[in-house]
Write a protein of this length. Structure first.
Length: 137
């Protein structure tokens, strides 16, 4: 449980910083000039960061509510699942930020290449490599 909570702390910090950044974006002067597509990407990214926060904070809430109730196996299993879902939404939020910023700064070709590469990187590093190892063992 201690290891899991440490891992969650790392993910939470990055998610909270990203969420704070996203909360400030609509109050910038340039936000009024974004396209409908960029507005949609922004909102989906903001929601992804919010959902990631919900799932990454949930294990702490579960732990507090079920403290000393002899629910340790349930807590560990639930926290593991909540964290995996939370990390998926962290990845989606980070991909959304890359997509939004790339679309603001560069054309469609560069945006497509960069966003696809980032999606692939997340898929391979966060999911495929550990899942292959898990299946192999």
């Amino acid at each position: 449980m201690g290891e899991l909570l440490q891992e969650i702390r790392v993910a939470q910090t990055g998610t909270q910083i990203l969420f704070a950044f996203l909360l400030g974006v609509p109050f910038t002067q340039r936000f009024e000039q974004i396209t409908s597509f960029q507005r949609t990407v922004y909102y989906a990214t903001l929601l992804s960061a919010a959902v990631a926060s919900v799932f990454l904070i949930a294990p702490s809430a579960y732990h507090r509510i079920l403290f000393r109730q002899k629910e340790r196996p349930f807590l560990i299993e639930a926290a593991n699942r909540l964290t995996l879902v939370g990390l998926t939404f962290v990845a989606l939020a980070m991909i959304g930020v890359i997509l939004l910023i790339s679309d603001l700064l560069y054309g469609k070709t560069t945006t497509t290449i960069v966003t696809t590469a980032i999606v692939g990187l997340f898929a391979v590093v966060w999911y495929i490599v550990p899942l292959m190892r898990r299946v192999r063992d």
